[in-house]
Design a protein around this ligand. Structure first.
Ligand SMILES: Nc1ncnc2c1ncn2[C@@H]1O[C@H](COP(=O)(O)OP(=O)(O)OP(=O)(O)O)[C@@H](O)[C@H]1O
Ligand SMILES: [Mg+2]
Length: 483
């Protein structure tokens, strides 16, 4: 009997001791060390194979597999178990998303096999993922595991419809030249005051481009299309680029030429862009005239090569290239020949029809007793840019009558001067050269911008303009603008 009680007591003591060990292990985190030793022990009995997925290939182009692995790993619940995880706010309210940090290990399981990924970087700073897989499992699962990553990341990409705005940064020899932020510019073609015919023409041109993959392939041409948007400041060129990107559902690459060292650097940048994107070079004429005396900067021929097919064919497919400028006078006709720039769109100053569109959009007014007076002033040749008119309307949006009086006043003062400019612009526009005749010139945008650059207009652009980050140029003669 005594023996039995002894054994029961011993059992109880042993159970309590085990309970205590468990509490200590879990409460102090020692369990983590135990697991680590266990894993190390097991590892010594296995032979592993490693596969590296670098962020860039030998031509410094983005490795698509790297992006897929990145998206895939961040979707795994096991990233919570890595030692260090970054937290970001998500798109939905109160949403927190987890992102893998550098040099972290993430475990994954596939078809009963355990693999792990290490998020590291080379000695030269290039990021990579390293897959660690048991040699015994390699033959059985590797092919289907990589296929699985493809499928999951493609699904994730389809769900994530967020567009990106890429900006080129100074070369740091490490993580590529593009940095991105979410692109959520609200501008659509509907918001832009533009002749309906022209707007429809542009839309159907873009639509047929989207559907044209096989057509371009059959012709042996690279699937790309280029646009030249020209017209005075504040006429909606940058807004139009945003509207194009929203219409196409494309990312935007905004090239800041002041951060491009030379022509070959520009080529590199192009090679590092992805497909389904709008690549924009803004204010090209200003850049070229500002860098005339500089020998190291990007040249017009560098930009021509940038648009030419041989180079383009090495980069991603399905791209729209857009150049914006105030006037075509400074640009070499070679740049403007068809094939290089497919569509030219002129953004003129505001006329009465465009003014009515703005009044409708900004003030919700379709007709007003002051409209006849406004029409009269436009007929006399006065004009302002849509940016200037829009600014006055926004500032007085609670009182359409007051807004219209401000517009009339502004047209009668500033606009009279600009009216002369406008007539000259239209006259020069009517003398079209051969380049323009053969190319598809879509001039006729109803609204254009005067050189309006009052502080209020600048402030307005800051709020509503396409987000652009520009640094001042070394030469100092190139404007620092908010675009
Ligand atoms: N045609 C237009 N229709 C509606 N709004 C316009 C139009 N043009 C300009 N705006 C308004 O004016 C602001 C400035 O326009 P935007 O920056 O697109 O002009 P821009 O032609 O690119 O000027 P810049 O040559 O100075 O860069 C925009 O926020 C836009 O809302
Ligand atoms: Mg602009």
């Amino acid at each position: 009997m005594g023996m039995l009680w002894d054994s029961i007591l011993l059992l109880l003591v042993a159970a309590f001791a085990l309970f205590l060990v468990r509490v200590v292990l879990f409460k102090t985190g020692l369990i983590y060390m135990v697991k680590l030793w266990r894993r190390k022990m097991i590892d010594t009995f296995h032979v592993y194979q490693f596969y590296k997925v670098p962020e860039f290939n030998d031509n410094v182009q983005e490795n698509q597999l790297y992006l897929k692995v990145y998206a895939y790993l961040n979707s795994l619940s096991s990233i919570e178990n890595s030692d260090f995880t970054n937290l970001f706010t998500g798109k939905k309210t109160n949403e927190i998303i987890l992102r893998l940090d550098r040099n972290q290990v993430v475990g994954d399981e596939f078809l009963g096999a355990r693999v792990s990924w290490i998020n590291g970087q080379d000695e030269d700073g290039v990021r990579n993922f390293v897959l660690k897989i048991r040699k015994a499992d390699k033959r059985r699962i590797l092919g289907s595991y990589l296929q699985h990553i493809h499928t999951v990341s493609d699904e994730l990409e389809q769900r994530n419809t967020e567009l990106k705005l890429f900006m080129n940064v100074d070369d740091d020899h490490q993580n590529g030249r593009w940095r991105s932020i979410p692109f959520d510019h609200p501008c659509t073609f509907e918001n832009i005051a533009m002749e309906t015919d022209l707007k429809n023409k542009v839309k159907s041109d873009l639509e047929s481009f989207l559907k044209g993959k096989q057509y371009y392939n059959r012709l042996g041409r690279v699937w790309k299309r280029s646009y030249l948007l020209y017209g005075p400041s504040g006429t909606g060129k940058s807004s139009f680029v945003a509207a194009m990107a929203n219409f196409l559902d494309y990312d935007v690459y905004d090239i800041d030429l002041s951060k491009v060292v030379d022509d070959s650097d520009l080529k590199m940048l192009l090679l590092q862009t992805r497909g389904k994107s709008v690549i924009v070079i803004e204010d090209l004429d200003r850049y070229l005239s500002a860098t005339k005396s500089t020998t190291t900067a990007v040249t017009l021929s560098g930009i021509l090569n940038f648009t030419d097919s041989i180079l383009s064919s090495c980069a991603a497919d399905e791209r729209i290239m857009v150049f914006t400028m105030t006037g075509k006078e400074l640009i070499d006709p070679a740049m403007l020949r068809p094939g290089r720039v497919d569509v030219h769109i002129h953004f003129p100053l505001c006329d009465f029809t465009a003014f009515k569109t703005l009044a409708n959009n900004y003030l919700g007014v379709k007709d007003h007793k002051l409209f006849s007076q406004v029409e009269g002033i436009f007929q006399n040749g006065a004009s302002l840019s849509p940016a200037e008119i829009g600014e006055l309307m926004i500032a007085n949006r609670n009182s359409p009558t007051r807004a219209l009086k401000y517009v009339i006043n502004a047209l009668q003062t500033d606009g009279d001067r600009r009216g002369t400019g406008r007539r000259l612009l239209l006259e020069s526009g009517s003398r079209r050269g051969t380049t323009e005749e053969v190319s598809q010139d879509m001039s006729g945008l109803l609204c254009g911008g005067g050189g309006g650059s009052s502080p209020a207009v600048k402030e307005f652009r800051k709020l509503y303009g396409l987000l652009r980050i520009k640094s001042s140029r070394k030469s100092g003669s190139f404007d620092v603008r908010d675009g």
